[in-house]
Write a protein that binds this ligand. Structure first.
Ligand code: LMR
Length: 396
């Protein structure tokens, strides 16, 4: 049977990790996969995570099955973090959450949940979006369509075009929005733009699915959740897929959450029963370790404060890198305007160079980025920015 198989190409993002590791160039730079790196190019374990982990080791009493919903305490705390404790949807008991294996696990749960409600629903994603969104929803049998989002030429949002397309989407469909730190463009909606999108969501009656993989990496934990909170407070139905990979640095522990906001508490209970069924059919139940760390941190005011401080260090470093790259390019005599990089938010921006130039940077300078010229800003450091800017200047 297996002789019928033909090989699949390496994942456009994950494939870069392997290539980078094999490269022996002393000045190689990894701007590929979206993981935080410190000045030394290391992805550290947060100190608050280390403490929480130790606490769990000392107090954990069993490894018995946790159940499809995962940890109830994690689910509540992560819901509070995303929606805000005073959100009318929380106060009305309209939200149910399950722990999932990372943000990707959450998206897959959401996909199967949508398929169950409406097998013909299409999901509309921004053009462009995280490459895996498309494969993931298609793998679940959902048709993927796109709405205009990023204007590559002018480095701006195609907001009017986005609204015009959203205004054609029916109540049968789902629209995927990025809560903050848009992946791959770094171009976020302002609060006023969110308000307009929410108004349109209500008017059209489609279901919003918000992907929040970078809460706290843009401006702050609260500001980054503006759209999520307003949407939940305003519309009847909504899905939130969140991830603790980046903001808690728990990448390989695979912890995230899928939250359903329903029109009332009774409908939310029914939705939860469907979520649990879906989870049981995919992976039975989520891993518990990451959730245990996050709930220990969020459940302790000291550890939570430490986490917020450490998150700020990561955010400030990324924002600093943005400005540093822009200035360095000017210093190297580059006349093309790259100032947009300093204005965008989160882990990524498009450099805006051609695929040939991306390939040349890899081949001749050992600088790795996704073919679309998406760069992971955290891979820049004071030690490598000179070489990076010089190399970019050369290929331009
Ligand atoms: C990225 O976009 O680089 C990250 O979200 C990591 C991944 O899984 O693709």
């Amino acid at each position: 049977m297996f002789e019928k198989l033909s090989p699949m190409p390496a994942d456009p993002i994950l494939g870069l990790m392997a290539k980078y590791r094999e490269d022996t160039h002393p000045n190689k730079i990894d701007l590929g996969v979206g993981v935080y790196k410190d000045e030394a190019g290391h992805t550290p374990i947060l100190a608050c995570v280390k403490k929480a982990e130790q606490l769990r080791i000392d107090t954990e009493e069993t490894k018995v099955y946790i159940g499809p919903a995962g940890s109830g305490s994690f689910n509540q705390l992560i819901g509070d973090l995303a929606f805000g404790t005073d959100n009318p949807a929380i106060l009305a008991n309209r939200i149910r959450s399950v722990s999932t294996p990372g943000g990707t696990g959450s998206l897959r749960v959401a996909a199967d949940f949508i398929k169950r409600i409406n097998p013909n629903a299409a999901i509309w994603v921004s053009d462009p979006t995280w490459a895996n969104h498309i494969g993931l929803f298609e793998a679940a049998g959902i048709t993927v369509k796109t709405y205009p989002y990023y204007d590559h030429e002018n480095k701006t949002l195609k907001f009017d075009e986005m609204l015009a397309t959203l205004a054609t989407i029916s109540s049968e469909d789902v629209v995927l929005l990025h809560a903050c730190c848009h992946n791959p463009s770094g171009m976020d909606l302002t609060n006023e733009q969110w308000d307009k999108v929410i108004e349109l969501t209500q008017q059209q009656g489609f279901t919003p699915l918000i992907d929040m993989a970078y809460q706290g990496f843009g401006e702050s934990v609260d500001q980054d959740a503006y759209g999520v909170r307003q949407m939940a407070a305003t519309v009847e139905d909504m899905i939130l897929c969140s991830s603790c990979s980046k903001n808690f640095g728990l990448y390989r522990e695979r912890i995230g959450a899928c939250s359903i906001v329903a029109k009332d508490s009774q409908t939310a209970d029914i939705a939860l029963s469907v979520l649990l069924y879906v989870v049981r059919c995919i992976y039975s139940m989520p891993p518990a370790h990451g959730a245990a760390i996050v709930e220990t941190i969020l459940g302790s005011s000291d550890l939570k404060q430490q986490w917020l401080d450490e998150l700020k260090v990561m955010r400030d470093r990324i924002n600093g890198n943005r400005a540093m790259l822009v200035n360095k390019l000017i210093e190297k005599g580059v006349t093309r305007d790259f100032s947009f990089i300093a204005q965008q938010k989160g882990m990524f921006s498009f450099l805006g160079i051609t695929p040939e130039q991306v390939a040349q940077l890899q081949r001749e300078h050992s600088i790795y980025m996704v073919d679309s010229s998406r760069i992971s800003i955290a891979g820049i450091s004071e030690a490598n920015v000179d070489y990076l800017a010089e190399s970019i200047a050369k290929v331009l």
